[in-house]
Ligand binder design. Structure first.
Ligand SMILES: *Cc1c(COP(=O)(O)O)cnc(C)c1O
Length: 392
């Protein structure tokens, strides 16, 4: 029987029944830079920690297993993973990238990858016909679904069919859903990207990034690149992410449940002009999500009537933290315009709908009544102040 994902977060099938490492239940932290050899031409399989480290490898196997891939690679951050990924391409290559991506990915592509001769077409992958943008130089399609922060949903299997027919690769940044809710490789993607800083680590305490594939050719290239460039995740940080993953299932379930309750509450507020959460029936991507994912996640975006209202919410929250990042046990509220998407040129931001009255919530695992109580308080105070005492 195929194991469920909750179980895979805790047990790596290939090490079962083994009492290696003195039977330690928690995988040991091999805090070493280098490894001794028994003699000339002999090796334990471990030579230097930039190339191999048992703790990092254990984590890579766990993440590969969660994504149903064969090979995983752990990096010092999500951006380190995506930067390395770009080394698969050469000057003259063309990549079709979604127009609504994590701000750091847009910054990397525009400022570094383009300087290195890679060209990008940024399109709305959820609604454009990708085929129309493929040229002989096109090597890959790069998407997030749902997108950050506008939560557009792209049909992964449909895009994968196009990329397969065109002999190019599909890369999916799966950070928002985590492997608990969505597995792009199963839908035909070639490479999955994660910021492990987010749901995989889950505690807002460690930076990490991942690439996962089941294509042996891509895996071999990535292995060469990671050992050559050296952004592999440190042993202690690998252990922290391993520990975080153990509770991925219950964290995702609880934060998703909270997110839906908050989305429903936000919908009832007169000062809220839109609530974008794929778990809502009216979300345009709801049906595709039901087909390609096992849940809707814990990220939601909403807009309020103006910038002053948005600023007031950010100033007044106390338990909910005004901070960038997402995917941790603590609920965070983010202002994409000046935080995650500050380096995205204003015209692109506006075209994507990221206005100055948009807020993003990464819903954590607190009690939902306490979260709503705080939001209620912050909204009522803001309404009183901005409307001169009259409730809107
Ligand atoms: C945070 C994030 C990244 C970058 O990851 P870091 O760990 O912050 O470097 C990439 N993609 C998405 C969708 C993210 O949310």
């Amino acid at each position: 029987m195929e194991r469920s994902i909750e179980t895979k977060c805790l047990h790596l099938e290939e090490t079962e029944g083994s009492t290696a490492n003195y039977g330690a239940i928690s995988y040991p932290i091999y805090q070493t830079a280098t490894y001794a050899h028994e003699g000339v031409g002999k090796s334990t399989g471990y030579d230097y920690s930039r190339l191999q480290n048992p703790t990092r490898e254990h984590l890579e196997k766990v993440v590969a297993s969660l994504e149903n891939g064969t090979d995983g690679f752990a990096f010092s951050s999500g951006m380190a993973a995506i930067s390395l990924l770009m080394e698969l391409f050469k000057p003259g290559d063309h990549i079709i990238a979604d127009s609504d991506l994590y701000g750091g990915s847009i910054r990397l592509f525009r400022n570094i990858s383009e300087k290195n001769g890679i060209r990008f077409s940024n399109i709305d992958c959820y609604r454009e016909n990708i085929e129309n943008f493929i040229t002989p130089e096109t090597k890959a399609v790069y998407i997030e679904t749902p997108t950050n922060p506008m939560m557009h949903v792209t049909d992964i299997a449909k895009v994968a069919e196009i990329t397969k027919n065109s002999g190019i690769i599909l890369i999916v940044d799966n950070t928002f859903m985590s492997p608990y809710f969505q597995n792009p490789l199963d839908l035909g993607a070639d490479i999955v990207v994660h910021s492990g800083t987010k749901f995989l680590g889950g505690h807002n305490d460690t930076l990490a990034g991942f690439l996962v594939t089941k294509n042996p050719e891509i895996a071999e290239k990535l292995r060469f690149l990671i050992k050559t460039t050296g952004a592999g995740l440190a042993p202690f940080d690998s252990w922290l992410i391993l520990r975080g993953i153990k509770t991925l299932g219950i964290r995702m379930e609880k934060s998703q449940e909270n997110a839906l309750k908050i989305a429903e509450w936000l919908k009832l507020q007169k000062s809220v002009t839109s609530v974008i959460y794929p778990g809502l029936l009216e979300h345009s991507g709801h049906e595709i999500m039901k087909k390609q994912a096992r849940g809707f996640g814990a990220m939601l975006t909403f807009s309020v009537k103006n910038k002053a209202f948005a600023f007031s919410i950010l100033e007044k929250v106390r338990m909910i933290k005004f901070a960038e990042s997402l995917g941790g046990v603590e609920t965070l509220i983010t202002y994409p315009t000046t935080q995650t998407h500050a380096d995205v040129p204003q015209e692109i931001r506006e075209k994507n709908g990221i206005t100055d009255s948009i807020l993003r919530l990464s819903v954590g695992i607190e009690n939902s009544d306490d979260l709503i109580y705080e939001l209620e308080k912050v909204f009522r105070e803001t309404e009183r102040e901005l409307n001169g005492g009259e409730e809107s």
